[in-house]
Design a protein around this ligand. Sequence first.
Ligand code: PEP
Ligand code: MG
Length: 311
Amino acid sequence: DQAAAREARHQPATTRDGHRVEVAANINRASDAASALEAGAEGVGLMRTEFLFLERDSIPSEEEQEREYRAMAESLAGRPLIIRTLDIGGDKEVPYLGLAREDNSFLGMRGIRLCFERPDLFVPQLRAIYRAARHGDVRIMFPMISTLEDFRRAKGIAEAVRAELGAPQVPLGIMVEVPSAALLAEEFAREVDFFSIGTNDLTQYTLAMDRLHPQLARQTDALHPAVLRMIDTTVRAAQRHGRWVGVCGGAAGEPLGALLLSGLGVHELSVSVPQVPAVKAALREHSMTELRELAARALTCASAAEVRALV
Ligand code: PEP
Ligand code: MG
């Protein structure tokens, strides 16, 4: 019945043997925060800030951004809010920024790379986030990190902004969405506060298949063992250093993906708002022992089809 379903949504996702997996939502706007909570999300694992820059004709000001981030933090009332700094480029175009056309936009000036080139975008955004961070459990995440130098440079800029504002520190994490970041997870884990695995791009870059290519869509599968092994490498490195790992890519929102990722040992799944109740329900039907076995078997598969045939 409906009341019971509503009640279940607001319960944590605890496996039969008592392991809790956090289930959060991916949102784009402050106005999405209330529906995320209503769906049972325990926080926001990915706020895609580029949406504040789309469908308008000028850069949102620092004040405008601060208002949006602050409203989101306040709606979440102390629950975690992971704000990802601008990830423009690749498939996300913003005409008024006057960015150069690129032959391989997914391999070019995208995400953090663009932010390094454009302090006029990056610095006001960081200022807005640090100012909003006084109003909740805000964490900052950098997209498209592919080298340690990328992270050190981004952290250096963030720290300088924070110091100038006299704002408190907030955790600084990275998206793991490029194979080099997964392969160097051990080194990253010494320096970052947390990881969030972006399976959409990690799949695209691991399999060398454009995530938007219609003819490759069936093969661009995040449950491919090559991708799962990248994730496993990342989670193990994180565990050795006591770091928190979430997943905010699309794989976290499909029931089999949620089970496998939890079995691989991630702490959190951040999914689209409508997927929250089903992901929680799927986790409750299994024990962590079963999920770990399932994940171990998936890692030995030779194809995505074999992985999908496991259940
Ligand atoms: C991802 O790459 O999996 C991700 C969550 O980021 P986006 O889809 O915004 O590139
Ligand atoms: Mg991505």
